[in-house]
Design a binder for this molecule. Structure first.
Ligand SMILES: [Zn+2]
Length: 411
């Protein structure tokens, strides 16, 4: 059936490759509404126009390329994002966008007849690298981010989102929910490089997402007593660093037991002097698990251990949950449909997003049926210049997406 075998994919990949790439790090700095982002957007528009698709920039800065009449409704949409984290990899986002165009080329080469409108999309500001909030484009569209909140988003230089959009030639007064647009979509499928090693370990090129893990952040404040590091006898100390260190090890143990992840990646110490016993050690826990029960077990276990260690060392402990995102289950019917089309058993779905990072497909899942395809990442590394996928796996991803689009949108 395959005629093109990824030819157009390689061409597009080569064109996109230098845009926003930092010469020294080799990583990408495609931040929303910057010059690099504008170049990527121009590339998307050119791809749409060269295929005779109807190009559209929506009120929230998301780019669309339509085949067929959107007003017919029940559209099948595919795509991802082109922006990056600081010094991000080439694949997170662009793989989904490039694969979408390549899949359309493949469908045309197969001579299919479209029964539904098809759209390709580039969601704006997915990574949130510049304004600190991920998935701004899809959040605005679905109403999960209000215009008022969006207006307050500010980058590191004090530039607000509306001003940044304006500087890039986009009208910020247009921002707002876009329910009519979402009402016209019957299914959204996002192809993405896997951000973990599940496919590498299972030996599969492509997988289907079942869910995005529930995840949260907790702040642990261990309060002790500052004192001289040279003159204070060990038995007289109330050193909060000790229970903190034991808690880090407990987090690793609890996560391992539950098949989850738990990370203390950020730490603040007061007074933060080499020759002083700390008065305060504040550590931030990030934990994610396949389901709510596992996450509760992991975090509950860590909290319990932390309290016991704190008590043992005569240290006070405050634990505050700073943020929490419940599990995102992708649409079961659509997921099963993808599995049927790809001829795999639903039990073989990839259960895990390694980083548990959000996706536009996750944001939109509460509003429209969404699904995700993952392409194998041999090292699992993501959000880094070392992120990778082999050419063969990328082509396998394009072909899987082509099959899915044919199954969903064609006669
Ligand atoms: Zn991404």
């Amino acid at each position: 059936m395959t005629v093109i075998q990824g030819t157009s994919f390689h061409e597009m990949w080569r064109e996109l490759h230098p845009l926003g790439r930092h010469r020294d790090s080799g990583g990408y700095r495609r931040y929303a509404w910057t010059a690099a982002d504008t170049e990527c957007r121009a590339w998307f528009k050119a791809q749409a126009e060269s295929r005779g698709l109807a190009y559209e920039l929506d009120r929230n800065g998301n780019q669309w390329a339509w085949l067929g009449n959107p007003a017919d409704g029940d559209a099948v949409v595919t795509g991802s994002h082109l922006d990056s984290v600081p010094d991000g990899g080439a694949f997170d986002g662009p793989l989904g966008v490039v694969s979408s165009f390549a899949a359309l080329d493949e469908l045309r080469a197969r001579g299919v007849t479209f029964a539904k409108p098809l759209a390709l999309v580039n969601f704006g500001d997915e990574e949130g690298a510049r304004f600190g909030l991920a998935c701004v484009g899809s959040r605005l569209t679905s109403g999960q981010l209000t215009v008022e909140q969006a207006h307050k988003l500010t980058d590191g230089d004090g530039v607000t989102l509306p001003r940044a959009m304006e500087a890039a030639g986009h009208d910020p007064d247009a921002l707002g929910p876009d329910p009519e647009r979402l009402d016209r979509i019957g299914a959204f499928v996002e192809l993405h490089v896997e951000q973990g090693r599940a496919l590498d370990l299972s030996g599969d090129r492509v997988g289907i997402a079942s869910a995005i893990w529930p995840h949260g952040r907790w702040r642990f404040d261990f309060g002790g007593e500052a004192n001289h590091a040279g003159t204070t006898r060990l038995v007289d100390r109330r050193d909060p660093m000790l229970p903190y260190a034991e808690t880090v090890l407990a987090a690793r143990r609890e996560a391992q037991l539950a098949g989850a992840v738990a990370t203390f990646g950020k730490l603040a110490v007061e007074p933060n002097a080499v020759n002083a016993i700390p008065s305060l050690v504040r550590g931030w826990l990030d934990s994610r698990a396949a389901d709510q029960e596992s996450l509760d077990t992991v975090v509950g276990g860590i909290e319990q251990a932390a309290r016991a260690y704190a008590q043992e060392h005569g240290v006070d402990l405050d634990i505050v949950r700073e943020s929490f995102t419940p599990v995102v289950e992708f649409d079961h019917a659509l997921r099963d449909e993808l599995a049927r089309i790809l001829g795999t058993d639903t039990d073989l779905t990839v259960p895990v997003l390694g980083t548990g990072a959000g996706h536009d497909a996750g944001i939109l899942s509460g509003r429209i049926p969404t699904a995700m395809l993952f392409v194998r990442n041999p090292t699992g590394v993501s959000h880094s210049p070392a992120e990778s996928a082999t050419e063969d796996d990328c082509v396998a991803g394009v072909l899987a997406l082509t099959d899915v689009l044919e199954g969903l949108a064609c006669r």
